[in-house]
Design a protein around this ligand. Structure first.
Ligand SMILES: CC(C)(COP(=O)(O)OP(=O)(O)OC[C@H]1O[C@@H](n2cnc3c(N)ncnc32)[C@H](O)[C@@H]1OP(=O)(O)O)[C@@H](O)C(=O)NCCC(=O)NCCS
Length: 167
């Protein structure tokens, strides 16, 4: 039987697990276009730059961190106007267990609580799981950038989806 998932704010003790989940995708997936792993120092700085106005959540199952999600600044002017970008990464062995859904739900609730006006998702066009997940929660496609990224000797479009919270 699948154990219950707990969604909670991340603490500094979670950063190694957060980085392990993320760096798997850096090495193996086009869901993130960067090719260099995120170092422990970089992740620590990232965490310190977040905080109450840009929360980081983890999904825990049986005491193990199996996913994480965050709100972050996409562009300073957008942040000032009440728009943040979401990020969600579920451990590759734990897909399709509603963990991504619970993390995205937590982000949307936090965004509403913070009084944000919208959320932005910036997704590589080949990433059907992420596109479908966001659409399921009401995000709508607002932009399609051609030839915007590259990885593993392939080139990719970028799709932007937005969830309006203030309407
Ligand atoms: C995208 C991701 C977070 C989804 O997490 P998950 O826990 O597997 O997703 P869930 O089980 O909550 O699924 C929710 C919905 O997402 C969609 N979805 C998830 N995986 C899918 C897949 N392989 N194919 C198509 N749709 C998929 C479906 O609409 C699904 O709803 P359904 O099961 O009722 O059809 C996960 O695949 C992941 O971590 N991928 C790599 C990192 C990534 O792409 N992150 C997004 C960058 S912001």
């Amino acid at each position: 039987m699948t154990q219950n998932i707990i969604i909670r704010p991340a603490t500094p003790d979670d950063l190694a697990a957060i980085n392990a989940i993320f760096n798997y995708y850096v090495a193996h997936s086009t869901c993130v276009w960067r090719t260099q792993p995120c170092s422990d120092a970089e992740r620590k700085t990232w965490y310190q730059e977040h905080g109450p106005s840009m929360p980081v959540f983890v999904a825990e199952q049986g005491g193990r961190v199996v996913g994480w999600a965050s709100l972050g600044s996409f562009r300073d002017a957008y942040t000032a106007a009440g728009m943040l970008e979401d990020s969600i990464y579920v451990h590759h062995d734990f897909h399709r267990q509603r963990i991504g859904s619970q993390l995205l739900q937590a982000l949307i609730e936090a965004a509403r609580h913070l009084g944000l006006r919208s959320l932005l998702a910036n997704i590589s066009a080949d990433q059907t799981p992420s596109l479908r997940l966001h659409e399921k929660f009401g995000f709508q496609k607002v932009a399609h950038l051609r030839d915007a990224g590259q990885k593993f000797h392939q080139r990719f479009d970028a799709i932007y989806l937005q969830l309006l919270l203030a309407v």
